[in-house]
Design a protein. Structure first.
Ligand code: SF4
Length: 450
């Protein structure tokens, strides 16, 4: 068993924790209500999703040209563009920019690509203080936890738990109201942001026609941190490039509705380059396995993802096993699809069989990614490459052997129970309910009736 599978088995045990289940159900239930209302704002939401699907696919198919266009225009605007093959490359580039500066601190936004390159650990090792511009991430850092959801990083914490965390650290009243908690954290974040001259963010989109970086948020802290810093470093996957600013009129409202159930994200900005005379702005274009995904005609569609988190919020598997079992920052259905190809097929092959194929993710995806089809393609690749945990295969083979043997099918109920129990124990499904076996096989029953 490899390390990722071992971690998966350990972290997914939370599925048997009643309290976790209730918290996840409550928090995702609140999201689903807002989401249903926001979809009602559209006269024809399906048409809008279809348009978004076409726009994102057009961008993917023209990615090479669009990236070059973006680079040319962004440089014309006074910015610099760097191309990173992988996470190490991107981290080295960041260090080359910030390493020699005396003010050894940075602010960072809530961005999955920054988690992908492991920026927090890297900068911590280098002795750099990292301030979070996101309220959720600030709370998580105080609690000593990792993000649980791409859009709601602290989804696994209840209001009471957040109150206890802030009470322990800052002596805030443990019974503070939600408003008091939010105001307190907002104040803390706002105090931290001006302490640094360097901000590092992801990007929602890169505009090829203008050479602009699009940032969408609800708290306004990214804009604040960019405004107070004189160095802005953007780390963006190469999949973030889109053709035109006009595409945003469809993509931003639709993604907002699916991400948080709001009509529109509160703060949307397009940054065209460095501000002021001494300002500098860099965009690091990150590959890190994305061209490998592009090569597969089916899985390629996953690169259309806007990371709105809608598929994560509605996924019954995620609600049960939580955000840590996936093992990478790419959580939920889309993470299940991307991780094996983006990271390591052998290490993450077990994710391919995680899905129940209920199809809810595909139903809610604003850019109409057929996530179930992508899951099935992943399974095909895993089976073809013969990677992953083979114990499950041998379990299925044994069961097929049983089903094909008339003698075994007709054996007494107590013997069948013993055999099934042995199989269940051997494969470590000890927390599953034992299936109730019929006293007689179908064949025996039909003979008795005749
Ligand atoms: S796959 Fe679709 S629903 Fe899931 S995060 Fe990406 S855009 Fe959102």
């Amino acid at each position: 068993m490899n390390d990722s599978l071992r971690k998966f088995k350990y972290d997914s045990e939370i599925a048997f924790n009643e309290e976790h289940w209730q918290k996840m159900n409550y928090n995702t239930g609140c999201y689903e209500k807002r989401f249903a209302n926001s979809r009602n704002n559209y006269r024809n939401v399906e048409l809008e999703r279809e348009r978004a699907f076409l726009l994102r696919n057009k961008s993917l198919l023209n990615m090479e040209k669009l990236l070059v266009d973006f680079e040319t225009r962004f440089k014309d605007n006074g910015g610099q563009v760097l191309w990173a093959c992988d996470a190490d490359d991107a981290l080295q580039m960041i260090w080359d920019i910030i390493g020699k500066r005396s003010n050894n601190s940075v602010s960072r936004s809530n961005s999955v690509v920054l988690d992908e390159i492991g920026i927090d650990d890297y900068l911590k090792q280098k002795g750099v203080q990292v301030y979070d511009s996101s309220i959720g991430r600030y709370i998580l850092k105080v609690a000593g936890k990792e993000p649980y959801h791409p859009v709601y990083p602290a989804l696994n914490l209840s209001k009471e738990e957040i109150g206890q965390v802030l009470n322990k650290q800052f002596k805030l009243k443990a019974d503070s109201t939600t408003k008091q908690l939010v105001n307190f954290v907002r104040h803390q974040v706002n105090q931290d942001l001006p302490k640094t001259q360097i901000c590092i963010t992801g990007a929602n989109y890169l505009l090829a026609d203008m050479g602009g970086v699009v940032l969408s948020e609800n708290e306004g802290n990214i804009v604040k941190s960019c405004a107070s810093a004189n160095i802005h470093i953007v780390v963006a996957g190469i999949d973030k490039v889109i053709s035109s600013v006009e595409d945003l009129s469809i993509l931003i409202p639709l993604t907002s509705a699916h991400a948080t159930g709001s009509g529109m994200t509160s703060v949307n900005s397009i940054t065209m380059g460095p501000s002021g005379d001494d300002g500098r702005m860099y965009v690091i274009l990150l590959n890190n396995g994305r061209t490998d995904i592009l090569e597969n005609e089916v899985i390629r569609q996953s690169l259309s993802c806007t990371h709105c988190g809608a598929c994560v919020s509605v996924c019954p598997i995620y609600k049960n096993i939580g955000g840590y079992a996936y093992g990478t920052p790419y959580i939920g259905p889309i993470g299940t699809v991307m991780t094996p190809l983006m990271y390591d097929l052998e290490e993450y092959a077990h994710l391919a069989s995680l899905c129940s194929l209920c199809g809810r993710c595909t139903e809610v995806c604003p850019v109409k990614i057929p996530i179930e089809d992508l899951m099935i393609e992943n399974r095909r690749i895993v089976a073809e490459e013969r990677v992953g945990d083979t114990r499950y295969d041998s379990l299925v083979k044994t069961l097929i052997g049983h089903c094909k043997s008339r003698k075994k099918m007709d054996c007494p109920q107590w013997l069948k129970k013993v055999e099934v129990k042995q199989l269940v124990n051997k494969n470590n499904f000890t927390k599953r309910m034992m299936p109730e076996l019929a006293p007689k096989s179908f064949n025996q029953m039909s003979k008795t009736e005749n």
